[in-house]
Design a binder for this molecule. Sequence first.
Ligand SMILES: Cc1cc2nc3c(=O)[nH]c(=O)nc-3n(C[C@H](O)[C@H](O)[C@H](O)COP(=O)(O)O)c2cc1C
Length: 214
Amino acid sequence: MHKVIEPKILYFGTPVVLISTLNEDGSANLAPMSSAWWLNQSCMLGMSRRSKTVQNLIREKECVLNLPSADLVSAVDRLALLTGVNPVPESKMQMGYSYESDKFGTAKLTPEPSDLVKAPRVAECPIQLEATLTQVHNFSEPSLLASIEVAITRVHIDEKLIMMGENNYIDPDKWNPLIMNFCEFYGLSGKLHPSRLAPVFGPASRNKGSRALS
Ligand SMILES: Cc1cc2nc3c(=O)[nH]c(=O)nc-3n(C[C@H](O)[C@H](O)[C@H](O)COP(=O)(O)O)c2cc1C
């Protein structure tokens, strides 16, 4: 039996991304977000233009998408309700947000230099993706939201996550992303069923030219 409801949010469960960007003064900002999805070597990020992250991204045209594993949940939660925007916008003030200039220090995370972009990587995150801005799309409702398309230019992976005997495949059995599910933190419960897509995109497909969707 289904019921019609009007949920306040539709956050059905997506991996958390910690986005690092550079502020005007050259210092780093770091913000958690989870409205992200991936296609080929690109990522679409859904974020408010009121955030320091979006302002930095539009100005600097680059960022690092750091993917925390589930065990980094406390560090991610320490960044909640913080913004790099000073003064804090009224709407955020009402939600209890405060300004923080040292997000890395507050989260107890370590910045490390990137290869191709100026924003630092988060050393503790097992997956770090350097990225450049491709396009900013307007989101019709509400208008301050933007979908920001970025191209991944370099992929850094903790070697413990790499599939045994392979160079360029991440082992999904070893990667445990932090999931935001209706504003609560979850991990994955483990593989449920063999996937018919896995042989198409996994190591077995290497010489079949099936790595990109079109
Ligand atoms: C786990 C988590 C996920 C979040 N996901 C998003 C998101 O997808 N989009 C967004 O605009 N804000 C999201 N937020 C809120 C931002 O982190 C918040 O707006 C923050 O102030 C941005 O920081 P900044 O202003 O320094 O960029 C999320 C917060 C948390 C803790």
